[in-house]
Design a protein around this ligand. Structure first.
Ligand code: 5AD
Ligand code: SF4
Length: 439
């Protein structure tokens, strides 16, 4: 049958969707890009913010029209929202046929089969430890140079605002050998860059140790993967600052294939708010990691996740966030307005920062970010940057684009003979806050 899968939310979800699609394709189904041509429609959902859930629920609601026209189509809800709401999804939206939680992706071929045969609602949301080594399939697409590998699932941190530990369960790291096999397979298929994924990735391999240690199995994994011939670049997301120890800093500094860009979620610059968030670090500790990396790795860039309007956040807390942001000088940041997630610790606190204040703080941080990236990009004019060629630019088909190790996109006019996956040097001729132009 023909299936369509839409993904909401993070890169982990994108990766889960890809692996699920690969499993469905291996069991004889065919993936299509247009939902109107599909017999099976699946939605891999996100619960991190209320807005993400409302978007998916809205989309599921309007599918009633399609279901009326084509009663035989199968509609499935996957991932975090499926895990959180379970059968409530079907109670709310009865035209949904199945609900498959965060540990059920590897079982989708079976779940789809049962839905077709039995034609009754299925709710599959049990924890299943087998998922960890049964979700390694990839879709081979021509011209693809970058691929995701999920190295661990779940999160044990219980940051007070976050639903992830409740919907994705405890941390489980994959076997290094299996990760290496997956990476090898991808490199043999032409992949040049691997993006390692995990909700608390710097804690890879540390299950059962409780608190962060001096060890870093994740740094060892980076080292092992660096040894793969043909692999040019390694990126990873997202590390928790508490686990970003000296071993990991040294690994980043000494392994040239590990990119000079780090997404290190700060969340807040106020120590008082960080404590209420259960983040277990101070602004000073956060900045010490950044400073160490800046010192050891010239040209290093940073990005972050920041929440504004966490309960009780005052003007002075917010100013601390602005200060840390200024000191780091982010080249990218995802700024979120706090939204309470039921069941989390923070949801027991009064959501007392007015929406208008959250909006204003959000705008202030976005403007600050724009100013920094514009300034950083302008300073690069005249320099030469190595980029990995990604292909035709989305905005202008005459131009191509590539990405630097520091995660800057550079647009250029291609010379004859250039290929996707080439590493080339470009002289930066012009810059905006968003893009660099090179020749
Ligand atoms: N409200 C706003 N932002 C949130 N995030 C997680 N939970 C919430 C919430 N309740 C943000 C954090 C996290 C990112 C993935 O989403 O910044 O790093
Ligand atoms: Fe959520 Fe914190 Fe875990 Fe990140 S580290 S997924 S913010 S609980």
């Amino acid at each position: 049958m023909k299936f369509y899968i839409k993904t909401y939310g993070c890169q982990m979800n994108e990766r889960d969707s890809e692996a699920a699609a690969s499993a469905l394709a291996a069991s004889g189904h065919e993936m299509v890009q247009d939902e109107n041509n599909a017999d099976i429609l699946m939605f891999n959902t996100c619960s991190v913010r209320d807005q993400a859930e409302r978007k998916a629920l809205g989309k599921l609601g309007i599918l009633i029209k399609l279901k009326k026209q084509k009663p035989d189509i199968i509609i499935g809800v996957l991932g975090c929202m499926a895990q959180r709401m379970k059968e409530q999804i079907i109670e709310k939206i009865p035209h949904v046929d199945f609900v498959a939680g965060t540990d059920q992706f590897h079982k989708l071929p079976e779940i789809v089969e049962s839905t077709i045969l039995k034609r009754k609602h299925i709710v599959a949301v049990d924890a299943d430890s087998e998922i960890i080594e049964n979700l390694s399939g990839h879709l081979n697409s021509k011209n693809q140079i970058s691929a995701f590998i999920s190295v661990m699932r779940g999160c044990n941190r219980f940051c007070s605002y976050c639903i992830v530990p409740y919907v994705r369960g405890r941390e489980r790291s994959r076997d290094k050998k299996e990760i290496l096999e997956e990476a090898n397979m991808l490199v043999n298929a032409g992949i040049k860059e691997i993006v390692l994924l995990g909700q608390n990735i710097a804690a890879y391999g540390l299950e059962g140790r409780g608190q962060p240690t001096e060890e870093s199995p994740f740094a060892e994994l980076l080292q092992t993967l660096s040894g793969l011939d043909g692999l040019l670049r390694i990126r990873f997301t997202s590390p928790h600052p508490q686990y970003f120890n000296q071993k990991l800093i040294d690994a980043m500094a000494s392994l040239p294939k590990v990119c000079k860009n780090l997404h290190l979620p700060m969340q807040s610059g106020s120590d008082r708010i960080l404590e209420l968030m259960n983040r277990h670090y101070t602004a000073k500790k956060y900045l010490s990691i950044v400073d160490s990396l800046k010192e050891k790795i010239p040209g290093m860039t940073f990005s972050s996740d920041i929440i504004v309007g966490f309960p009780t956040e005052t003007e002075s807390d917010f100013n601390e966030t602005r200060r840390v942001m200024r000191e780091v000088g982010y080249d990218n940041a995802y700024i979120f307005k706090y939204s309470p997630r039921s069941g989390t610790k923070a949801a027991e606190m009064k959501d007392d920062v007015p929406q208008a204040v959250k909006d204003e703080r959000n705008q202030i941080l976005l403007a600050a970010l724009d100013e920094t990236t514009g300034r950083h990009n302008k300073a690069l004019v005249g320099s030469t940057i190595e980029v990995l060629v990604e292909g035709v630019s989305k905005r202008n088909s005459e131009r191509w684009c590539g990405r630097s190790s520091s995660n800057k996109v550079v647009v250029f006019e291609p010379l004859p003979g250039i290929k996707i996956g080439d590493l080339i040097n470009l002289e930066i001729t012009r810059a905006t806050a968003m893009t660099l132009f090179g020749k």
